[in-house]
Write a protein that binds this ligand. Structure first.
Ligand SMILES: Cc1ncc(COP(=O)(O)O)c(C=O)c1O
Length: 398
């Protein structure tokens, strides 16, 4: 056992199945404490969208840290103001941002928003999807459609109903006079990389509008250009008639937003932007100058290097390279968009496969027990995709 694993065993709560001790990263490569190099297609669970040690990120963090790191929510700061403007513009130009520090916190914000919006009329129920994942807070586990997240923490926060994903009729049937919102992921991430269909998205928007119900989207994993468009629903709805102007009422984000620096955010549409006022909701750290500076670097890089187009093309290459492997080791499907690709197996072998790929020099991440996720940085190159495919091929053939 290394000194680090020894320290973890003694002093860190054992809530995750940790494997390697990672010490350094550069670009899409990462090194462990034994000096072994890995191609990183796990990206710190869809977070490191610019890879590691991205020079402009390193510079901006150092410069911002030297100027001011934290102010608290009692004061304005310029990096957060600029970031909010950029996010709102990406979301159509109206509405407002609430900054948080994680995906779960961003979801807490939109769940509280919905509760508060429905309070005067006695509406508090929120419909979510089976197999969804919305974080580990009490709101997050209650919202998530997976029993294993709730087990032992009951009683749950009341008011959540779970229905099958991509099933519009099931949502309609679950609506009651107390329903205030429907919450879905654009692509279910932890649930196994399952994209929403265009019909589901458009149907949900029409249904919720007609019934005066909010549509909330959890874009923590699938958002922020991971699919090759700013939001996964924009990518999914490309070329679909009637999709122009599709907008949820609120959206949660985190992960790629900060490129590795912890920051999350909730976007709230103009219609609901006054529901949470002073004293109703807040956080000490949200939108710190340092976190916001990191998020601004991510947006700069995506814009100047056209990383949306890059990850779309690299994702297509990855899908095309993985598809011929269907049938190997019980692999039954490959699915996803851009830098959010899942390889599904018949059996519960995801963690074994992740270990196999890791031993062969490629980091990937399990999604549940049957799916392996590929979450490369948005600036991954074509030759790195080819290299990753070679490692996967080699592991299957071994
Ligand atoms: C869709 C989705 N929502 C929420 C979360 C929770 O985010 P965090 O771990 O930053 O709290 C995750 C994390 O994997 C996620 O994938």
């Amino acid at each position: 056992m290394s000194h680090t694993t020894d320290l973890y065993t003694k002093y860190v709560l054992n809530t995750a199945r940790r494997s390697l001790t990672l010490v350094r990263g550069e670009g899409r490569r990462i090194w462990d404490d034994a000096g072994k190099c890995y191609l990183d297609f796990g990206g710190g669970i869809a977070v490191n969208c610019l890879g590691h040690a991205y020079p402009a990120m390193v510079k901006a963090l150092a410069e911002q840290a030297a100027r001011i790191i934290h102010t608290s929510n009692l004061y304005f700061n310029d990096p957060a103001g600029r970031l909010a403007e950029r996010l709102v513009k990406h979301l159509g130009g109206s509405g407002k941002i609430f900054f948080t520090n994680s995906g779960a916190e961003s979801n807490e914000c939109i769940l509280k928003l919905a509760r508060r919006a429905g309070h005067a009329t006695g509406r508090f129920e929120i419909i979510t999807a089976l197999n969804s994942f919305h974080g580990r807070t009490f709101g997050g586990i209650a919202a998530s459609g997976q029993d294993k997240l709730k087990s032992g923490f009951e009683p749950m926060l009341p008011g959540f109903t779970h229905v099958p994903y991509n099933d519009l009729a099931a949502v309609e049937a679950a609506i009651t006079p107390r329903t205030i919102a429907v919450l879905i992921e654009g692509i279910q991430g932890e649930g196994g990389i399952c994209p929403a269909t265009p019909e589901y998205l458009l149907g949900l928007r029409a249904l919720t509008k007609a019934r005066g119900i909010m549509l909330l989207i959890d874009a923590v994993q699938c958002g922020h250009f991971r699919t090759g468009r700013y939001q996964s629903y924009q990518r999914i709805l490309e070329g679909t008639a009637g999709a122009e102007g599709f907008q949820p009422d609120a959206l949660s984000m985190a992960k790629s937003l900060g490129g590795g620096f912890p920051i999350g955010a909730a976007w709230i549409s103009e219609e609901y932007e006054n529901v949470l006022g002073p004293g109703t909701h807040n956080t000490t750290y949200g939108g710190s100058p340092l976190a916001s500076a990191a998020a601004n670097v991510v947006l700069d890089a995506i814009e100047t290097e056209k990383l949306d187009a890059n990850i779309r093309a690299r994702g297509d290459e990855l899908l095309a390279g993985l598809k011929p492997m269907i049938g190997k080791s019980g692999m039954v499907a490959v699915r996803g968009l851009g830098g959010l690709i899942g390889m599904a197996f018949e059996q519960e072998v995801a963690s074994d496969m992740v270990k196999k790929f890791s031993d062969a020099g490629l980091l990937t991440i399990a999604a549940g027990t049957k799916v392996v996720r590929f979450l490369p940085a948005l600036n991954v190159t074509s030759s790195e995709i080819e290299e990753g495919l070679g490692i996967v091929r080699g592991a299957f053939n071994a």
